[in-house]
Design a binder for this molecule. Structure first.
Ligand code: SF4
Length: 174
């Protein structure tokens, strides 16, 4: 996995103060994507254990509400296998931090058993996730008044409630 950018004390990509990690690689190729440079799986720096340690150290600052992982596409297969390890550490070492993930895939179509990006660790990633913002960016449905999402079709999903109830439950932030 490669990382294109890390934003510290970010207030734009989720609630509260967040550490935002932009992973590289995306095959969704949405028309009007605001950062097509991140489609390249080798954009930015290789993700190393040193970077992971720095992420954990930064996130341990008490003013953080949590981490947001976006891209690029966190649910590309090679990215999932690194992200699951990072989330395991966060849940063990900083369990009070919230986890938001942005994906261009659709949760109940692509990220469930039989879906195009469902692999051995997908369920674990989703179980560690508090909020999932899903769906491709659709230029024709772009709305700059929306909070935390770019186009009307995208959903802000309460993953804890969704996993518990076995059906998609939108966040109250929607
Ligand atoms: S999923 Fe995100 S990064 Fe990928 S093409 Fe769509 S808007 Fe761009």
């Amino acid at each position: 996995m490669h990382i294109g950018e890390i934003i510290t004390a970010d207030c734009a990509n989720g609630t509260g103060i967040r550490l935002s990690i932009f992973v590289s690689g995306c095959t969704n190729r949405c028309k009007g994507c605001f950062q097509p440079q991140t489609w390249d799986f080798e954009y930015g720096e290789p993700y190393t254990s040193e970077i992971e340690n720095l992420i954990i150290k930064e996130l341990s600052n008490s003013y953080y509400d949590g981490i947001t992982i976006l891209g690029g596409e966190p649910f590309e297969i090679s990215n999932q296998r690194e992200i699951v390890k990072l989330l395991r550490r966060i849940r063990n070492e900083l369990p009070e931090r919230t986890v938001w993930i942005y994906t261009g895939f659709t949760y109940d179509k692509d990220l469930v058993k039989g879906g195009c990006r469902y692999i051995e660790c997908t369920d674990e990633i989703l179980d560690h996730t508090d909020v999932l913002v899903d769906g491709k960016f659709i230029l024709e449905q772009k709305n700059i008044a929306l909070h935390f999402r770019g186009s009307e079709n995208q959903r802000i999903i309460d993953m804890k409630q969704t996993r518990k109830n076995g059906k998609v439950i939108l966040s109250a932030l929607h």
